[in-house]
Design a protein around this ligand. Sequence first.
Ligand SMILES: [Zn+2]
Ligand SMILES: [Zn+2]
Length: 135
Amino acid sequence: MDEHLARERHACGESATLPLQLLLIALEFAPDGQSHPLEVATRLRCGLERDHSGPHHDFVRELDGVDPGEVWARWRSGQDPGSIAALPDCEAVNGLPAGRDDACVLYAGHPGGHSFSYADPEYTEYTARDDGHAA
Ligand SMILES: [Zn+2]
Ligand SMILES: [Zn+2]
């Protein structure tokens, strides 16, 4: 029944809402104290590849001038996010020529494939059907 799900690679897409407590912590990550609540994503959607191991992750906010500069929330299925952390970028690129090149938007050491190697259900026209030739 679910054969098509097994063949096609998709993002996980598990959703969650960032609790107020973590929103406040996310704001405190800003070094300059000039952060605004609207800079923090509170409607989360896991961007890892479907059936990944470990907790779900979504990007919460970007920090200026700090390294690592991306704050991520993580949570278990059916639970509210329990923690956030600043994580370094995944540096993987797909190796295709300019125009078709793409970089992974996830964090370093994430489980599953890189973001450019599976389809995100919200970008269905963006099929990851490349034949895998590296330039
Ligand atoms: Zn997930
Ligand atoms: Zn990656």
